[in-house]
Design a protein around this ligand. Structure first.
Ligand code: GLU
Length: 447
């Protein structure tokens, strides 16, 4: 069968099988057509129905998470872990706590994670998990009780050589600490079972910064390749979690100016550059909303709505909030504002129509599975340190991160040139990420 026809049939099959999983179908639809040229050169993958197998998670676990709130009332949420692919290493990927979490979201994230993890060059498979629990407005004690209940069930399904969860939206050092404490009580002290741990108990220096720094390093290498740099560049950033915060920090260190950040209600436009010390204080210490930012920095402006509605000239956009935050209209606006590079700190923040606009307008596009791979890459470095019972210096971790991001950039660039067209980094990322995993699957007897 022709590769193109085969891909179309798989897509149709998945649409019929799970018609309600729109995010998962979107991630697959963005992926499949780009690997056709690779499949044409490697018919053995078509003959062995590799796509039918790779789009089906190895295992999905769903469980009940009962917990008691501060008023003494019993609440219940759904917990999940999608163990998508273990061809090149133990399942690896974050846990997301957000009311929108469902199987479609976790399957899209897990699917992306397979190829992202492959691109890092490190031995990690793909997985994702989480809960529809909403951490917003919850007390520390409620978060702790929820995490303990969640881990009581999850602990039966994970382990340092089996599945190694980490953070994602709504799960940071505090949550990983509570999850780790509960795992330890139920099983044993095994540092390598979770990553993103606080640095005083086996976390890696530089893990908190890694996703944001890594996204900026990806752009730095792209700019260098084109004979340019961050010096004097205006950068639009969305989000105000650890990805956004450390992307802003690295942009400023490299001589650019990040002029925006956002939360789920609105955004800050600060033309002098985001005050990072203030942002960190609000988000990392006070866990406050961004409306507080303008109270302490009146020269900045706060608007309700999406940061991508802002009409100001800029050079680079780093979406670091969540999936589908940039649609076609917003992508057109970015182009009109003069943006030349979009690199994704978040997972799938651009709709397919937005990506089409980037291509039409000649905007360089660094897809999430390449541009935000620095986070999970440093998670894999954390696993190495845990195995060695050693901790590396911040400088050593940061240098390795920069090298990994350079390698990812060059792999995407070179693979795009070989199979697709020059500078189509999305096609390059998909093909390069897929090749390694598919080859391993075939060698292992397609299991
Ligand atoms: N949640 C992050 C991601 O989307 C990190 C996963 C990890 O460190 O395992 O890649």
């Amino acid at each position: 069968m022709e590769a193109k026809q085969y891909v179309a049939e798989i897509q149709k099959y998945l649409e019929e099988k799970d018609p309600n999983q729109s995010e998962f179908l979107q991630a697959v639809e963005e992926f499949l057509p780009t690997i056709v040229p690779f499949l044409e050169e490697h018919p053995e993958y078509v003959e062995n129905n590799i796509l039918g197998i790779i789009t089906e998670p190895e295992r999905m676990i769903q469980f009940r998470v009962p917990w008691q709130d501060d008023a003494g009332k019993w609440q219940v949420n759904r917990g999940y872990r999608v163990q998508f692919n273990s061809a090149i290493g133990p399942y690896k990927g974050g846990l997301r706590f957000h009311p929108s979490v469902n199987l479609s979201i976790l399957k899209f994230l897990g699917f992306e994670q397979i190829f992202k993890n492959s691109l890092t060059g490190l031995p990690i498979g793909g997985g994702k998990g989480g809960s529809d629990f909403d951490p917003k407005g919850k007390s520390d004690a409620e978060i702790m009780r929820f995490c303990q209940s969640f881990m009581t069930e999850l602990s039966k399904h994970i382990g340092p050589n089996l599945d190694v969860p980490a953070g994602d939206i709504g799960v940071g050092g505090r949550e990983i600490g509570y999850l780790f404490g509960q795992y330890k009580r139920l099983r044993e002290y095994d540092a390598g079972v979770l990553t993103g741990k606080p640095v005083n108990f086996n976390g890696s220096l530089g893990r908190t910064e890694a996703t944001g720094y890594g996204a900026v390093y990806f752009v730095k290498h792209l700019l260098q390749d084109k004979g340019d740099s961050f010096e004097g560049k205006k950068v639009l950033v969305s989000g105000s979690g650890n990805v956004a915060i450390y992307a802003i920090e690295k942009v400023h260190q490299l001589g650019g100016t990040a002029i925006t950040c956002s939360d789920s209600n609105g955004y800050i436009y600060d033309k002098a550059g985001i005050d990072l010390a203030l942002l960190k204080e609000l988000k990392e210490v006070r866990r406050a909303r961004l409306t507080e930012y303008v109270k302490e920095r009146p020269e900045a402006e706060y608007y309700e709505g999406s940061v991508w509605d802002l009409e100001k000239a800029a050079d680079i956009a780093l979406p670091c909030a969540t999936q589908n935050e940039i649609d076609e209209v917003k992508a057109q606006r970015l182009a009109a504002n003069g943006v030349k590079i979009v690199a994704e700190g978040a997972n799938m923040p651009s709709t397919m129509a937005a990506v089409k606009v980037y291509h039409e307008k000649g905007i360089y596009y660094g897809p999430g599975k390449a541009a935000n791979a620095g986070g999970v890459a440093v998670s894999a470095l954390e696993m190495s340190q845990n195995s060695q019972r050693l901790s590396w210096t911040k400088e050593e971790v940061d240098q390795r991160l920069d090298e990994i991001m350079l390698n990812i950039y060059e792999t995407c660039r070179d693979t795009a040139e070989k199979y697709a067209e020059k500078d189509n980094f999305a096609a390059g990322a998909n093909i390069a990420g897929f090749e390694k995993v598919a080859k391993a699957m075939l060698a292992q007897g397609l299991v």
